[in-house]
Design a protein around this ligand. Structure first.
Ligand code: AMP
Ligand code: GLY
Length: 416
């Protein structure tokens, strides 16, 4: 099977690795990819959805996997264009991908489908925002569009809120768009992933990610500094509560509203005192959660995705190992405000009992990997207990270093 994976980060490196290790034989292509990904996949060049489709047709690609979200809503939409070209695509059409691309669309969908989520008001101006906040802190402000995970501010004080309002509505840091003022929800977070195939779905192993740059969940939000995954995180009846109140109504809602969906669907949930509530949907796997979850897959991941993209969900194709998997991100100097490139990474060949997925690296002329992005790489290790996985991931990560490296010391420990 010839498969093309869209994306270039740690998540796509993990997806490509899982495809490569599947019993189904695959010949893997990558767009835009990275030097580390090109060790497993052949590069494909394109400059938009249409040219990517032409490239896939020329190569006789059997399956397109949308690792990241941006192409799902770009131009005519990756999945829409694949459908026209007759190429099975794992990732939803543009219309359904609004669940991620527009926070207001997602909120309205949840209200229509009675899916638990925080209250909200959409606003356009600073005055409307101040009126909606109404002096109540903490409050949550969300830019209504794709902002690479940086469009959300949890504001503890009026000062925090005013700063974010200025960035978004005055400086227009993320471009034009509305803002949602959202009810602040409290509780541990959990990331739920489902493989959705029209009206059918399979819930995968859950995860928890760590979004703040510093230990103890301090400092600015990032794309994610680490993640933990285990089936044991489904304590008591949590899995069935989430299934009944959130996953099933979402899948049925998509069906009822004529929004076909084939692909991973990510539910960012807050486990509040009043039950799980949806913080956000993403129309793809999480990053860095994918790096923690996918090494736990058993069975035939490539067949799972290929059959799913063709409309068949066979829940016997994949299952998840027992135990715990933890991924730890190493980020470059300056992240998340900026990122420094060109710092040579040492020790990659010393890592023995773990996997390394590259998020932002490139090969230099001397053939060494160097930093080329904010999140640079992810080390993933497992253990039969969470504590063992923590020990393993930190022991292996310590072997890898580069100048200016930033790495949290409490991944897998905090929030448990
Ligand atoms: P998002 O980009 O929507 O995932 O939001 C980023 C992070 O902001 C989430 O992982 C939460 O930690 C936090 N967050 C988002 N919405 C809320 C909310 N309504 N209440 C409390 N925290 C939130
Ligand atoms: N880890 C959060 C995300 O992928 O959006």
């Amino acid at each position: 099977m010839k498969v093309l994976v869209v994306g270039k980060g740690g998540r796509e490196h993990a997806i490509i690795t899982a495809l490569h290790e599947s019993p189904t034989e695959t010949e893997i292509y990558s767009f835009p990819g990275s030097d580390a990904i090109f060790e497993l996949a052949k590069p494909v060049e394109a400059d938009g959805v249409a040219s990517l489709i032409s490239a896939m047709q020329e190569l006789n690609i059997d399956l397109c996997v949308a690792g990241e979200e941006s192409y799902l809503v770009k131009d005519e939409g990756l999945a829409n264009a694949c459908a026209v070209a007759g190429i099975p695509c794992w990732g939803p059409p543009k219309e359904a991908a609004q669940l991620e691309a527009s926070k207001e669309f997602a909120k309205e969908f949840m209200v229509r489908q009675s899916i638990p989520t925080g209250g909200y008001s959409p606003v356009e101006t600073i005055d409307e925002a101040r009126a909606a906040i109404d002096g109540k802190y903490p409050t949550v402000l969300k830019f209504d569009g794709l902002a690479a995970g940086k469009g959300v501010a949890v504001c503890m004080t009026e000062g925090d809120a005013e700063e974010f309002l200025d960035e978004v509505l005055v400086q227009r840091k993320f471009g034009p768009g509305r803002l949602l003022v959202e009810e602040y929800l409290e509780g541990p977070e959990i990331s739920i992933f489902a493989s959705v195939v029209d009206g059918d779905y399979q819930i995968l192993a859950p995860a928890r990610d760590y979004k703040r740059i510093y230990d103890a969940d301090e400092g600015p939000n990032t794309g994610g500094m680490g993640a933990v995954s285990s089936l044991d995180m489904f304590e008591g009846d949590l899995r069935s509560v989430i299934d009944e109140t959130i996953v099933r109504p979402t899948v049925e809602g998509l069906q009822n509203e004529g929004l076909p969906y084939r692909g991973f669907l990510y539910f960012g949930l807050m486990l509040t005192e009043n039950g799980p509530k949806v913080i956000e949907y993403n129309c793809r796997f999480g990053d860095p959660e994918a790096e923690a979850v996918l090494p736990m897959v058993e069975g035939d991941f490539a067949a799972h995705v290929f059959e799913g993209a063709k409309g068949n969900l066979d829940s016997d194709l994949v299952s998840f190992k027992d135990g715990w998997s933890i991924c730890l991100v190493s980020a470059s100097a300056g992240y998340p405000a900026s990122s420094r490139s060109g710092d040579v990474i040492s020790g990659l060949d010393q890592v023995s009992d773990a996997r390394v997925f590259h998020a932002g690296t490139k090969l230099n002329e001397a053939g060494q990997f160097e930093t080329a992005g904010g999140r640079v790489l992810v080390v993933v290790a497992s253990g039969s207990t969470r504590e063992e996985a923590v020990t393993n991931v930190y022991r292996e990560s310590e072997k890898v270093a580069f100048d200016g490296m930033q790495r949290r010391t409490d991944i897998g420990t905090r929030n448990f």
